[in-house]
Design a protein around this ligand. Structure first.
Ligand code: SF4
Ligand SMILES: [Zn+2]
Length: 321
């Protein structure tokens, strides 16, 4: 039995794109024991598990967490259930609990898309086989971060390879699940120019390998008690410019198609710990990226403005790690 953790960590509603429409979305973050990898080695940018109690959460508590927001999720078209870890890790959430969660959401919102997250090692036929029979629109997000194994292992310490990701993505697609890939923009020990080229190459690699998917560009957001925070506090790291994100989206425009959705919703955007520009143009630049993410219309992207374009260019040319 757990210790009475019957409330989710957080719950909110926002707009997101589903297929060719913008729909209202519910996001629920479950209170869980957290990601096993953060205890083992931990990714260099991840502070999700800083304040997590490692004590197990039992089936009854998980179901109570879901039940507490069930009314609000009723008939919603896009429902995101996050765990700050892996939905398919049985040490975090028992298999029977994942089934009950999906079934409960199906019963109140049968036409919804349900998004969950997992590291690739937990995406097995055993974990997902029966889920597909309970609900037919499940999307699974994997934090691949980059298609370069060297960067992922040395700078991010992610602990899995691109091939591991490909194997898991194939299982998902084969079973009729949808794929969402998270890419991390500007890991620690990387300069702005390399961050842009790493992201552009990763997007191209991913679309070539899996032409039907959602790709989310996640610019670095400095979280507490992480490697990135230590570098930042010593003046050795600046979060990416929003103009760099703009440049990336404009550079891959030629390969975006109906089956690929490219989006970005920078956490902490416009603040010093998130993607930011000079302060004056941040909101305009972020709004344009939000409009692009919802519409997939490249004409919504605001090209770099005079106010700080030259500072950004100079920064890109001179930053060396
Ligand atoms: S980024 Fe994901 S895989 Fe890495 S430690 Fe955090 S929750 Fe775990
Ligand atoms: Zn500016």
């Amino acid at each position: 039995m757990g210790d009475g953790r019957t409330n989710p960590v957080s719950f909110w509603k926002e707009d997101d794109r589903k297929g060719d429409r913008v729909v209202e979305t519910a996001t629920l973050i479950l209170d869980t024991p957290g990601c096993y990898w953060s205890e083992k080695l931990g990714c260099s940018m991840c502070g999700y598990n800083n304040n997590v109690s490692r004590a197990p959460v039992d089936h009854v508590e998980y179901i109570a967490q879901i039940d507490s927001r069930l009314d609000i999720m009723k008939d919603m078209e896009y429902i995101k259930i996050f765990t700050s870890g892996s939905f398919f890790d049985e040490n975090e959430i028992p298999l029977k609990t994942t089934h009950s969660i999906i079934k409960k959401i199906h019963d109140i919102s049968p036409r919804s898309r349900i998004l969950v997250e997992s590291r690739p090692e937990f995406i097995t036929e055993k974990a997902i086989n029966d889920l597909g029979t309970l609900h037919d629109d499940i999307e699974v997000a994997i934090g691949l971060e980059t298609t370069d194994d060297n960067i992922r292992s040395k700078l991010i310490r992610k602990g899995f390879t691109y091939d591991d990701f490909i194997g898991s993505a194939e299982i998902l697609l084969d079973k009729g699940f949808s794929l969402k890939s998270y890419l991390l923009m500007k890991p620690p020990f990387m300069d702005e120019r390399n961050a842009i080229s790493d992201m552009v190459r990763s997007i191209r690699d991913l679309i070539k390998r899996f032409p039907e998917q959602t790709i989310s560009i996640n610019p670095m957001n400095i979280q507490k008690r992480t490697v990135v925070e230590r570098l930042y506090q010593r003046g050795l790291y600046r979060t990416p410019w929003i103009w760099s994100l703009t440049q990336i989206i404009m550079e891959v425009e030629d390969i975006l198609g109906d089956a690929v959705k490219l989006m970005s919703s920078p956490t902490g955007g416009g603040r010093v710990r998130g993607a930011h520009n000079c302060g004056k143009c941040d909101k305009m630049a972020l709004d344009s990226i939000q409009r692009f993410s919802l519409s997939q219309d490249i004409s919504q992207i605001l090209p770099p403005l005079d106010c700080c374009e030259s500072n950004w260019m100079t920064y890109k040319e001179n930053e060396i790690f």
